[in-house]
Design a protein around this ligand. Sequence first.
Ligand code: SF4
Length: 490
Amino acid sequence: MSATTPSNYRTAATAGIASPRLQKSLHGLQNRFGKGAMEIWATMTDQEMRRRVKDARMNTFAHLDIILAELAKNVRTRGGQVHFAATAQDAIAYTLAVAKRHKVNRVVKGKSMTSMEINIDPVLEDAGIEVVETDLGEYIIQLAGDKPSHIIAPCIHLDRNQIGELFEEKLGIDYTNDPPTLTMAARRALREKMLTAEMGLTGCNLACAETGHISLVSNEGNIRMTTTMPPVLVALMGMERVVATLDEHREALQLLTQAAALQKLSTYVSFLGGPAAEDDPDGPKEFHLVIIDNGRSKILADPEFREVLACIRCGACLNICPVYGKIGGHAYNSPYCGPIGGVVTPLLDGINKHADLCKGETLCGACKDICPVENDLPRMLAALRHKLAYGSDLWNTSQHSPAEAYVYSFWKIVIGNPRFFRLMLRTGRFLQRPFVRKNKMVRKMLGFAGGWTKGRDLPPLARQTFAELWKEKYAATRPNPIEGQNEEGN
Ligand code: SF4
């Protein structure tokens, strides 16, 4: 992933805010799915379920090596091949080698955010292999040469008129903005690709160690075809996606579909655990499961951030986040956008490199409330900011902005000393005079403080503080509510 610099974060965020079309889509998304998920949590009869799934996820992480070994053993027993990839390059090299061995010309893909994380498509394409996304949203993004802007609704930033124009240009159909007609056009185009692809490439929503299978949910049926029609199937899986038992798998899957799409269960749920048996009517002849680390071990080893691995990639935190709801997904510069992206992208790809992501969120706590596994993203965003403020050897993080650190160290001294604080207020009131405009607002501040007034006016410091007003009116008779004592210090 390329670095998220202040300029590209702000440019993409500003463009998102300025787009009425995007604002309308995001408002609709949050209004329906954000509110809907909160209603489900509020009314579900089993109020312990989210906590149970979270505990199970965290228990799994405490024995992850053993549980992954069990998963691998059970997949191998059924004839599947398992590869543990320490890095993105390792996973790409393995997948490419499988494709070359089978002289693959076309790969059909589905449900693989991990494939975007490791950026495998350009490597396959450089090797002369056509890569076709089969999830409708991803297919639209691929045709447009665009990037996804939501974890489960990747083309939320495009409306049906734009998709109609895109299909007219790329698929050669007459322009229409009728969703069923557009869907049928994509279906025709994709069916031909699926029938002729030599390899399927998928992700993995969850894997179950006890049974040795992975599961994939979809509402379009593309996953069934992607996983059963090509003779070779490669599934890419982040190593944290495993659960220990089938019972845990069932509950995690239920939470996933409810949080992601307000469904008790997705239209299609595919369980895959190896190549087709001799008496199976269809299915791949070869099944490869690539279990990818790519930075996850480091997260696992740090108790401060381990919790983020419990994420089941439902996208619900995006559907309620006030920041994502305004700037959209492109500003996050990663397949993982929204609050989860603000935590996981820096951890996987460099905290300094993506410093703006954790700084851009508001820490309002809505993402924690909606998260099916109650991930405390605000706490982890604050922890990332702490690393940026003070540096971290463990995370190889340098102090992001020494000037900002000095300002806050100074501020800490100021607010810890009432006399100094009052002196600073008086000085500030005096110094602000030239900046207060006729509307009694500060229109522009200087230097790096200018960022505050770039998009909004700032109320000036009040002529009198609350403590001064209190002193004026009641000091003789009542204690000072701010300092817990009257001005005489009694
Ligand atoms: S952090 Fe929670 S809400 Fe966000 S994608 Fe992950 S599981 Fe879903």
